[in-house]
Design a protein around this ligand. Structure first.
Ligand SMILES: O=P(O)(O)OC[C@H]1O[C@H](OP(=O)(O)O)[C@H](O)[C@@H]1O
Length: 317
């Protein structure tokens, strides 16, 4: 009997779905490791059966959250990177490919941090939205370079990932002022950079990131505050090269208001989109491990990395 999708894959998918594992880079890392767990546990008796198991595992992981393209990009990297004529050779190839992927992920973030840190000067105040390890890497390198920074951190309703950012910046020794999301414009005059991450970058340079990013970027432009997006190339969305749009995840309304409160206030409709799209004209720079790009020229990098587009991760694998 075929083994099917391994328990660790299902648990990882569940953890991504419930956002116990969250953040585009962390999701990619967890998905690659889950494919490795599938490969390690496989009792497939033929290379085709082995590949079939990996494809099924990839689908299970893919179906969790739709917006962060790092997830399909990670799955594609592993599924299309493996080779071997026997199950044993394929299994070894998965080990090597996942190890290589995880190292590349770490290096990309570190290299991106160096680029982003060059944009930050001693004494700068940075405003953040949500929690992005790519964005924090820029601040960490700047702090290591001896620059003194301060941060205004938006709490980022409904899930308050700004609290994680506040904690991690405090650990870096960066003084933090935590604000409610609606106070952002009030503080923009005191801010030298808006610094955010990304879940996906589209071919036209649009940035798909946590809901509230686009309003923040528009306000920043109005105040003349530069907006910097820290996004390693794993966040480039290849399907947008061929006209596809990025799905915006809608999450459960219970994240916004609990049942009891909702009933008490007359049971209104509640909406909870998790991401929004910031048009390229509101973004000053996209900082990647390959250097910084004006959003309009990110498409050249995308073509270089992906050609004219890609299929879904398991197709042709
Ligand atoms: O890859 P890193 O930079 O860590 O995170 C990138 C983005 O992922 C997060 O989404 P969520 O919290 O998973 O919904 C935020 O939108 C953040 O900007």
């Amino acid at each position: 009997m075929r083994m099917g999708v391994h328990r660790e894959v299902r648990e990882t998918a569940e953890a991504i779905d419930t956002m116990e594992i969250r953040g585009a880079a962390a999701i990619a890392d967890a998905a690659a490791r889950a494919l490795r767990a599938q490969a390690r546990a496989s009792d497939a008796d033929s290379p085709e059966a082995f590949r079939g198991e990996l494809r099924a595992a990839a689908r299970t992981l893919f179906e969790t959250r739709p917006t962060a393209v790092s997830l399909p990009n990670a799955l594609r990297y592993v599924l299309h990177g493996i080779e071997g004529a026997t199950v044993a050779a394929l299994r070894e190839s998965v080990e090597a490919t996942v190890a290589e992927f995880c190292v590349r992920l770490d290096h990309a973030q570190a290299d991106l941090g160096e680029v982003g840190a060059n944009r930050l000067r001693d004494g700068d105040v940075v405003m953040t939205h949500c929690h992005s390890t790519d964005a924090l890497a820029c601040i960490e390198v700047a702090v290591d370079q001896g620059k003194e920074l301060a941060a205004i951190v938006k709490e980022t309703r409904p899930r308050n990932q700004g609290h994680i950012t506040a904690e991690e910046l405090s650990e870096l020794g960066v003084p933090v002022t935590l604000i409610v999301d609606s106070a952002a414009r009030h503080y923009l005059n005191d801010v030298d950079h808006v610094l955010v991450g990304a879940d996906s970058i589209a071919a036209d340079g649009s940035v798909i990131n946590k809901i509230g990013t686009s309003g923040l970027a528009v306000n920043a432009r109005d105040r003349g505050t530069p907006v910097m997006v820290a996004a390693q190339t794993l966040k480039l969305h290849p399907a947008t090269l061929t006209g596809h749009t990025v799905d915006i995840e809608t999450r459960d309304v219970s994240e916004v208001v609990d049942r009891e409160t909702r009933t008490a206030i007359g049971d209104p409709d509640v909406a909870n989109p998790a991401f929004d799209v910031t048009p390229p004209r509101y973004v000053d720079a996209i900082v990647t491990e390959r250097g910084q790009y004006p959003p309009e020229s990110v498409v050249t990098l995308m073509r270089e990395l992906f050609g004219e587009g890609t299929t879904r991760p398991w197709e042709g694998a």
